[in-house]
Design a protein around this ligand. Structure first.
Ligand code: UD1
Ligand code: CA
Length: 482
């Protein structure tokens, strides 16, 4: 196993990707929650290489910033001019202080579906066969644009790779193509790169020429055919971007289902590569699970929900909800039509009901905000019930303020809690109150205008109206009854 660990992986990502027609460099486009180059780096890391370097060029500052952000920054090498894939690998190897002993794997930054398993199989075939170079090839339905694998008609061995633009008609008919992924003997690669010329249709140093150079020098050149040609799909335009996203999404959902998750409708479910699950989680149609979202055992999400960086604890139920950076406690219920923003933490068996928005709010065990409310910058104790249509008035126009509500409270409907404010344990509030002062434990707070009834007003001020007639009839009826 450890004999197979490559000395280095070089990721080529200096090209512009003009066909994306984008102000964003191609390799920074996203599928399933990761950039294209991010997927390639993740797959490369599964090889556990001693060195990993990404060759950047076009918009190198942006690409480098992206690659060096986060917990595990990636080393980059700068290719000022894009003089071809051979030139790019040369730059990458120079960044690793020249000659690399051992296996060097080269991958392109625009093949996000490439799996760590396929890379591992390539490296292992390369070392088992004792090759100087092994190319990952694939049989594709349409080989237009790809480099063709040319084999010796006598023994089937690989003789060279010919680029589409340099190929004869007979060579263009070949369906076996170069995926752009290789395993090389590092020393032989370094020597051969020094011999690559630029006498081709694009005037570039082709990495693919290394194969014929090594073969002519008497070294073993091999090809390992990928089991699934879709894995090496290279992204050049937005159509391929969507195709790759669909394929990866399908693969991720299949992995989840295999691990015991029920996905009601894979076709309408979108999932990021970084989402995690436990068994018996259920995902209903029209659901997007993004970022570091985690669905624990027996949790249920959807339909029509978008969860980003949200943890759904065991047995929680989330319906028609948008959540970002929220934590939904065991057995809690959310929605339908809830919006949970960053910093929302719902306790065990708590509830954020219909048309409820929460932000930076900690809701205690068994506490409920059932209907039509905004809870922002708040701490609510355990087993408290917040009346319908309440607003935590957290913003004074300049600053945000905090509201604290104790345990076992019953607040009336249509309350405004004007922060900063604290309500003690066991507090009741009257419906329609605007609470502006702290409420001590066990008190009833009433903060609204007193009601007055002006009798006979309708008969005097709206004589002859339907209301007046109805009132008169009602008065007669009750007089008759008494
Ligand atoms: C390349 C291969 C082709 C293969 C195809 C697979 C060569 C000469 N051709 O063709 O055989 O079938 O990939 O997708 O290798 N890059 C740099 N610096 C450069 C040039 C390219 O970093 O100077 C990077 C690009 O950003 C890209 C990768 O190398 O990630 C491949 O380059 P690209 O121009 O897309 O090569 P293809 O023409 O697709
Ligand atoms: Ca390409």
């Amino acid at each position: 196993m450890s004999a197979n660990l490559p000395a280095a992986v070089v990721v080529l990502a200096a090209g512009e990707g003009t066909r994306m027609k984008s102000k964003t460099p191609k390799v920074l486009h996203d599928i399933c929650g990761r950039s294209l180059v991010g997927h390639v780096v993740a797959a490369s890391r599964e090889l556990d290489p001693q060195h990993l370097v990404v060759v950047v060029g076009h918009e190198s500052e942006r690409v480098t910033a992206h690659l060096t952000a986060g917990d595990t920054p990636v080393r980059t090498a700068f290719q000022a001019e894009q003089n071809g894939t051979g030139h790019a690998v040369r730059i990458g190897l120079e960044a690793l202080d020249g000659v690399v002993d051992g296996t060097v794997v080269v991958v392109c930054g625009d093949t996000p579906l490439l799996s760590g398993a396929t890379l591992t199989a390539l490296v292992s075939a390369h070392s088992t066969d004792g090759n100087a170079v092994t190319v990952l090839s694939a049989e594709v339905p349409d080989s237009t644009g790809y480099g063709r694998i040319v084999r010796d008609p006598a023994d089937g061995s690989v003789t060279e790779i010919v680029e589409h633009k340099d190929a004869t008609d007979a060579q263009r008919a070949i369906r076996e193509i170069n995926s752009g992924v290789f395993a090389f003997d590092g020393r032989l690669l370094t020597d051969a790169l020094g011999k690559v010329r630029t006498d081709n249709s694009q005037g570039e140093e082709y990495l693919t020429d290394v194969l014929s150079i090594l073969r002519e020098a008497g070294h073993r050149v091999g090809a390992s055919v990928a089991g699934d040609h879709r894995e090496i799909l290279g992204i050049n335009n937005r159509v391929q971007l969507a195709q790759a996203r669909a394929l990866l999404n399908e693969r991720l959902l299949e992995r989840a289902m295999t691990a015991g998750v029920t996905v009601m409708d894979p076709a309408s479910t979108l999932i990021d590569a970084t989402v995690t699950f436990e068994r018996d989680a259920i995902v209903h149609p029209g659901t997007q699970l993004l970022g570091t979202t985690h669905l624990a055992e027996d949790s249920e999400v959807g339909p029509n929900s978008r969860l980003k960086d949200t943890t759904v604890h065991p047995g929680a139920r989330v319906d028609n909800t948008v959540a970002d950076g929220a934590e939904i406690g065991p057995g809690a219920t959310v929605g339908p039509y809830a919006y949970l923003r960053p910093g929302t933490r719902l306790g065990t068996r708590s509830k954020a009901g219909a048309y409820v928005e929460m932000k930076n709010a900690v809701i205690g065990e068994g506490s409920k905000v059932p209907h039509l409310s905004y809870v922002g910058d708040a701490t609510i104790g355990d087993h408290t019930n917040i009346g319908a249509a309440s607003v935590f008035v957290n913003y004074d126009g300049e600053k945000k303020h905090h509201t604290t509500i104790g345990s076992h409270c019953r607040t009336g409907s249509d309350n405004m809690f004007v922060a900063p404010i604290t309500l003690g344990d066991g507090v009741y509030t009257a419906a329609g109150s605007v609470i502006t002062k702290d409420v001590p434990a066990g008190s009833l707070a009433v903060a609204r205008g007193q009601q007055r009834n002006i009798e006979g007003w309708v008969a005097r001020k709206r004589p002859g109206s339907a209301a007046a007639q109805a009132a008169q009839a009602a008065t007669k009826k009750s007089d008759g009854e008494s």
